[in-house]
Design a protein around this ligand. Structure first.
Ligand SMILES: [Zn+2]
Length: 491
């Protein structure tokens, strides 16, 4: 009911946006009848769920650089071949690999009790005996930034934040800095360790892991070496950094308020992750060859790796399953004009190594390898509710046809703000056309990077709606008679 109301609210705005700037309303765009048939058949899809079930059951957690991720690649190659894809291959690369160790946290005084904790990706180790230190609490990262220089020397920082559920996931950008940046800020002020309130929205005693960013010495907390790919993160100075479940973070907050002045809150923190050197990861690539080599490639996918706490159903077995299932539907209906290339990227969670490497290797491809449009699914398995475009002005009619094909699925037209996801973002940033099928994020941060990210959370009908939306979009763009141009010139 809530979603229906939201859709009704969104539609007039979209209609208005089409009218402004034109002297008269353009004729309503009818989706191609063939696209409609493919779309509606996809509402009975079982391929995506089968891929998710296979990956989460036969492989399970797929931490980047580990044997688990290598097994996932082998599984993926066999699966994609059995589905009928062509040119199935692995493009390997090497990346610095971090693995989890022991992790415990307990308050030793004045209110002794254990807390539920997990290490953040790229955390330093406390050593097996752990560290015991006074906890200094901050309501948010801004309060931490205001702490005087050196004031956290010898202390463990605790950084909280507030985060609510949002359909578009925008609260991740608001709360995320507590994980991405606060550890470096705490380190700069002398802290020997940090625990944060998990960046998540559930009240289970599940801490949420996820990567943090350490700065290159001299660059300060603003440095973002991890995403650049230019610096080996294992060489950066770091401190032990963990996340507490929401119930534990709130309990710690109350302890800090109730502790007597002469008996500050002291925590024993044990985190023993370690770097295991440069290991092999890889991108798994599969194709639906097009009939017109000059028409370019439509590049879609998700990431094959996952964090290690769960089987990575929402993040991101769903994304690889949805995109492959949709591509198979277009393939089975007859060869499309353009090649559809499905990439299951490696090592996304730990720093977008796969997406960065894929772009670096193929950005300059010309002729039949030229990528003309990108798309990515990496926001769980719940329904697509909005489509955003990043198309050049010459492809406005193409956007209209895609939006028309999606509307019957309850997908509203958003703005021209598509940016792709982490793995295809580099293409979008340098001007390649991009379409974002935005998924409902209301449940996403209950599960994200927790032990709860498992297959049972998948709503099969919403998963099928995703496949239908991707099928409609892919069938339209892969067969579009017009040239797909750049959204903007490279910057
Ligand atoms: Zn993801």
């Amino acid at each position: 009911m809530r979603k229906a109301l939201l859709l009704l609210a969104a539609l007039p705005a979209a209609a208005f946006a089409q009218v402004t700037g034109a002297p008269s309303p353009p004729p309503r765009t009818e989706a191609d009848a063939r696209v409609e048939r493919l779309r509606d058949a996809a509402l009975k899809d079982d391929v995506a769920f089968d891929i998710m079930e296979g990956l989460t059951t036969e492989i399970g957690p797929r931490m980047a650089g580990t044997q688990q991720e290598a097994r996932a690649r082998t599984w993926a190659v066999a699966k994609l071949k059995s589905l009928g894809f062509r040119n199935v291959r692995v493009e390997e690369f090497r990346m610095p690999t971090w693995v989890r160790g022991a992790e415990t946290a307990e308050i030793v005084s004045p209110f002794p009790q254990k807390l539920s904790v997990t290490a953040l990706g790229q955390s330093a180790s406390t050593g097996p005996n752990g560290i015991t230190a006074e906890v200094v609490g901050f309501d948010n990262i801004e309060a931490l930034r205001r702490a005087p220089a050196g004031s956290l020397r010898g202390k463990i920082a605790f950084v909280s934040h507030s985060m609510t559920r949002t359909q578009d996931g925008s609260q991740y950008g608001f709360a995320g800095p507590a994980r991405w940046n606060a550890p470096q800020v705490a380190k700069d002020k002398g802290a020997v360790g940090i625990v944060i309130r998990s960046v998540g929205t559930d009240y289970h005693r599940n801490p949420h892991t996820g990567g943090t960013n350490w700065a290159v010495p001299g660059e300060g907390a603003a440095g973002n070496a991890r995403r650049s790919g230019a610096v080996d993160p294992s060489t950066l100075p770091a401190i032990p950094a963990g996340a507490l479940s929401l119930p534990d973070a709130e309990n710690l907050g109350r302890m800090l308020e109730r502790a007597p002045r002469n008996r500050p809150v002291r925590m024993r923190l044990v985190l023993t992750p370690r770097w295991i050197g440069q290991q092999v990861s890889g991108n798994v690539v599969a194709e639906v060859p097009g009939t017109d080599p000059d028409a370019g490639v439509v590049l879609i996918g998700g990431h094959l790796d996952s964090w290690d706490l769960a089987t990575g159903a929402f993040d991101n077995a769903a994304g690889v399953a949805i995109t492959a299932a949709a591509a198979k539907r277009v393939m089975d209906a007859g060869r499309p004009k353009r090649t559809i290339r499905v990439v299951w990227f490696g090592a996304e969670e730990v720093g977008v190594f796969g997406g960065t490497e894929y772009h670096r290797r193929h950005n300059a491809d010309t002729g039949r390898g030229r990528v003309v449009l990108v798309g990515e699914s990496d926001f769980g398995a719940d329904r697509v509710w909005r489509v955003d475009f990043g198309l050049g002005p010459q492809n406005k009619a193409l956007g209209d046809r895609v939006a028309a094909a999606l509307a019957p699925l309850g997908v509203a037209r958003g703005g021209d703000r598509a940016a792709g996801g982490a793995d295809v973002g580099a293409w979008a940033r340098e001007g390649t056309a991009v379409i974002d099928l935005q998924q409902d994020g209301m449940r996403y941060f209950d599960l994200h990077h927790t032990p709860d990210d498992t297959l049972d959370k998948v709503d099969r009908e919403q998963l099928r709606q995703n496949v239908a939306a991707w099928t409609a979009m892919l069938a339209t763009v892969a067969n579009a008679p017009e040239e797909i141009g750049r959204a903007s010139s490279p910057d």
